[in-house]
Design a protein around this ligand. Structure first.
Ligand SMILES: NC(=O)c1ccc[n+]([C@@H]2O[C@H](COP(=O)([O-])OP(=O)(O)OC[C@H]3O[C@@H](n4cnc5c(N)ncnc54)[C@H](OP(=O)(O)O)[C@@H]3O)[C@@H](O)[C@H]2O)c1
Length: 247
């Protein structure tokens, strides 16, 4: 890895995204916090800078073509390239609704952020990632996107609903593998990360993992060496390695 790495993390004003930015910053990355709200994003970047991290805010609503285009232009003007893209921004819904009743409009809204928004950002930043010697793309997926886990009667998620959210992450996993194959010969590694059940606004205060734990797998995949995998789905397994996660 070259000494100075430039990373952009979407949805980085709070939760797993903010912590991923902090951990990458501690490792010496210059981090761009892509946040849709100017006040929340500026505050988060200010806090990280006060902790000694090279952190910058860029306005980024991943559902908004103009916002994404402006963010690409801003990062290009300031940094010239991008080494790491962590697609973290996401929303959840449908926990209370069985699949036979889940509202289609809500499902479409979830897909607009988690799948189409993530694809939009990735496609738009690809020219900047191609300027990097060793670019890494990380998709923050979810165990709920795993079909094998969903079908497992012994798994803790057996009784959970959230069909739209889960399917959006399954679709994101497919994009991960397709893109990894396309970019294989360019040395750009693309992997999906399962952060586990993390105590955030989305995960709820009783979730067992801290944001520090939840960000670990994203950071490992963002800092993979040239021998590292591509087109995989991983969690940290509460250990020092990449643990494959079932699709
Ligand atoms: N927490 C868990 O247990 C868990 C488990 C598995 C996977 N995940 C995944 O981890 C990622 C982060 O989740 P989290 O738990 O940290 O949730 P969170 O605390 O609710 O944070 C979500 C972030 O995404 C941002 N966001 C939402 N829509 C956006 C948009 N259109 N454009 C830009 N940013 C947008 C939010 O910004 P605002 O503050 O402006 O709303 C916020 O910064 C998500 O992809 C989630 O699906 C979480």
């Amino acid at each position: 890895m070259t000494a100075e790495r430039i990373a952009l993390i979407t949805g980085a004003n709070k939760g797993i995204g903010r912590e991923t930015a902090r951990q990458l910053g501690v490792l010496g990355h210059t981090v761009w916090l892509g946040c849709r709200d100017v006040d929340r994003g500026t505050r988060a970047a200010d806090e990280l800078r006060a902790a000694g991290i090279q952190a910058h805010f860029v306005q980024l609503d991943i559902t908004d073509e103009a916002s994404v285009g402006a963010a690409v232009a801003h990062v290009e003007a300031q940094s010239g390239r991008l080494d790491v893209l962590v697609n973290n921004a996401g929303i959840g819904s449908g926990l209370q609704s069985p699949p036979s009743e889940e509202d289609l409009g809500s499902i479409a809204a979830v897909f607009e952020v988690n799948f189409f928004g993530t694809m939009r950002v990735t496609q738009a930043f690809l020219p900047l990632l191609r300027k990097s010697k060793e670019a890494r793309i990380v998709m923050i997926s979810s165990g709920l996107g795993s079909i094998s886990l969903t079908a497992d009667m012994t798994a803790p998620i057996w009784s959970l609903h959230a069909t739209g959210y889960s399917a959006s992450k399954t679709a994101l996993n497919m994009f991960t593998v397709k893109l990894a194959k396309e970019l294989l010969n360019e040395g750009i590694k693309v992997n999906a990360a399962c952060p586990g059940s993390v105590a955030t606004d989305m995960g709820g205060e009783w979730a067992p993992r801290t944001v520090e734990q939840g960000a670990v797998i994203a950071v490992r995949l963002a800092t993979l060496g040239w021998m590292g995998p591509t087109g995989g789905f991983f969690h940290d397994g509460d250990g020092p390695r990449l643990a494959p996660y079932g699709w």
